[in-house]
Design a binder for this molecule. Structure first.
Ligand code: FES
Length: 105
């Protein structure tokens, strides 16, 4: 599936996500040129994979408890914030637009 990623400068680019490898959105963002930190390795503990879903948020699964608890601690979280490590890539993500929210290195 293809999504659009907006970086901290507001620049948007398309990003292809493989649906057949069981990866999370964080894993692809980390391996991509965006190279997000994902310090905790996907444990919902670091929030360096924080994204805001600008389009397509309604198609995603509900927040899980650890994800909710972490987002609740972030001053810049919005109702459409998610942790990319908690989002398994799926066909429902086609056309989604996400904004990277975590501070960079
Ligand atoms: Fe740490 Fe997602 S990678 S919270």
């Amino acid at each position: 599936v293809n999504i659009t990623v907006e970086d901290k400068n507001g620049t948007r680019q398309d990003l292809e996500l493989p649906t057949d490898m069981g990866l999370s959105l964080m894993e692809v963002l980390k391996a991509s040129e965006y190279n997000i930190l994902a310090t905790c390795g996907g444990m919902a503990l670091c929030a360096t994979c924080h994204v805001e879903v600008l389009e397509g948020a309604d198609k995603l699964p509900e927040l899980n408890d650890p994800e909710y608890d972490m987002l609740d601690t972030l001053p810049d979280a919005t109702p459409d914030s998610r942790l990319a490590c908690q989002l398994r890539i799926s066909d429902e993500m086609e056309g989604m637009v996400v904004r990277l929210m975590a501070e960079e290195d």
